[in-house]
Design a protein around this ligand. Structure first.
Ligand code: SF4
Ligand code: SF4
Length: 441
């Protein structure tokens, strides 16, 4: 029954593994026509989704079929980049007995995996501004989310995940880590950093962020990238907003290239990063709706890392303005139905190869072979909030012994959220914003 699948996803703690962290049981409660697998993996340097499709094609297709059963979808589309040839070959074999399923081949462009872009490429339909695929009868799930759904049908909870460790490390790899493993331990597992003065990015150079090695792998961690501390991507992520404002005032040449490459603008949405930058430079916007248009920004980074010839950061400025408007209590009023895309959209797609070169990451674009053995760790620190919604509520106490897979955090009553499980067997050592478990044997 469809409600059993929803319950199964809820009890296993499945959330959107592609980075958004939306609780999957909520998506599965919807009724839709079409189910799309987001198999684009377009963040430069990451490998994990491509590799999982090769390693576990049956699980991916089983997860898709479960998702379709839960939502009543009649059509299932696996949207995958045509360059992922090994994955396509395996998936073709697995789907051939189910006539409802098809494979859609995507170009190697960024951001092919953005939900609005993906749905347009798959169905030729434009999701309204600020809308969801659900608004046009579609559910989109990432590869790993559906593999997790398949594993949930075998009674497994989310206690580990595969992560790509790459950049300046000795043995770039993709490995299975218990949730809560420290980033520092994960880097060690890849042979350690090859440089002394380094910084760390998680989940890709475009939409990812710079983090501290003490932080932990969560259900949403797809990649860890080690780079020299003075690498321009890290410098861009770490630079203070006050400095960015000063440089914007001094250096923005009003060329509009940031807007010209924006994937949402090209889909016909009314957002104009160049006008937001001009508003910041002048101290006041030309029109208020230019500033509220920041609510339509998905922080993909295309304007900053591909568009701007002056090294400015319109992406960060869009985010900052959006956050300030929210803090002032302003609600997003941009929900226009979009009737047509930009006439030049087809010619403005950003080739990933070119993007990697612009990001100065060619020398870090490693293969990262997948290892099937699970990483063993002595201690994990499992955040109570790894998802959209409220943090999980601990149901264990300090000093208690737990077995791997035991429920340790529940969803607060009446809230949006996801349960969490012990990722190793051991003793609960600390409960704060995370639950720390130390191995006993
Ligand atoms: S980050 Fe820039 S390119 Fe991406 S959606 Fe926002 S404004 Fe557009
Ligand atoms: S691309 Fe850069 S310089 Fe050009 S308008 Fe946008 S922020 Fe200004």
């Amino acid at each position: 029954m469809s409600s059993d699948i929803v319950e199964m996803a809820r009890n296993s703690g499945i959330v959107g593994a592609g980075g958004a962290g939306f609780p999957t049981h909520i998506k599965l409660s919807a009724k839709v026509d079409t189910y799309i697998v987001n198999a684009a993996e377009c963040e430069p340097l990451l490998r994990v989704d491509q590799q999982l499709m090769v390693a576990f094609p049956e699980k991916l297709v089983n997860g898709l079929q479960l998702g379709m059963k839960a939502t009543g979808a009649k059509r299932g589309i696996i949207a995958v980049k045509r360059k992922y040839k090994a994955a396509i070959k395996k998936l073709k074999q697995v789907i051939k007995t189910d006539s409802r399923l098809e494979i859609l081949l995507l170009d190697d462009v960024y951001p092919a995996g953005d939900e609005h872009v993906l749905v347009y490429e798959a169905l030729g339909k434009i999701i309204p501004e600020s809308g969801l695929p659900l608004d046009i009868g579609v559910v989109v799930n990432n590869v790993y989310t559906l593999i997790n759904l398949s594993e949930a049908s075998e009674g497994k909870s989310i206690v580990s995940r595969y992560v790509t460790i790459t950049g300046a490390v000795k043995n770039p790899t993709t490995m299975d880590f218990p949730i809560g493993t420290s980033i520092k331990d994960a880097i060690k597992a890849a042979g350690g950093a090859t440089i002394d003065n380094y910084g760390i990015l998680i989940n890709g150079p475009m939409m990812g962020k710079a983090i501290d090695p003490k932080e932990a792998i969560t259900k949403l961690t797809s990649g860890i990238i080690v780079l020299p501390k003075d690498h321009f991507v890290l410098k861009m992520k770490n630079e203070r907003i006050s400095s960015k404002v000063i440089v914007t005032k001094a250096a923005c040449i009003r060329c509009q290239l940031c807007t010209e490459v924006c994937p949402r603008f090209l889909l016909g949405h009314e957002l104009y990063p160049d006008k937001v930058m001009r508003g910041i430079a002048w101290g006041a916007p030309e029109r208020p709706e230019y500033m509220t248009g920041t609510f339509l920004c998905v922080e993909c980074g295309a304007c900053t890392y591909y568009g701007c010839p002056m090294g400015l950061d319109p992406c960060k400025m869009m985010t900052e303005v959006k956050e300030q408007l929210r803090a002032e209590g302003l609600k997003n009023s941009h929900n226009r139905k979009v009737l047509s895309i930009h006439p030049e959209r087809e010619y403005r797609k950003l080739p990933v190869k070119r993007l990697i070169s612009r990001l100065d990451l060619i020398s870090y674009n490693h293969d990262c072979p997948i290892q099937k053995r699970k990483m063993q760790v002595r201690q994990v620190s499992i955040p109570l909030k790894q998802h959209i919604g409220d943090p999980a509520i601990p149901i264990v106490k300090v000093g208690e012994t737990v077995e791997k897979g035991a429920l340790i955090g529940k969803i607060p009553d009446g809230s949006l959220g996801a349960v969490i499980h012990a990722s190793i067997s051991g003793i609960i050592r600390h409960i704060g914003q995370e639950i720390v478990i130390e191995k006993t044997k």
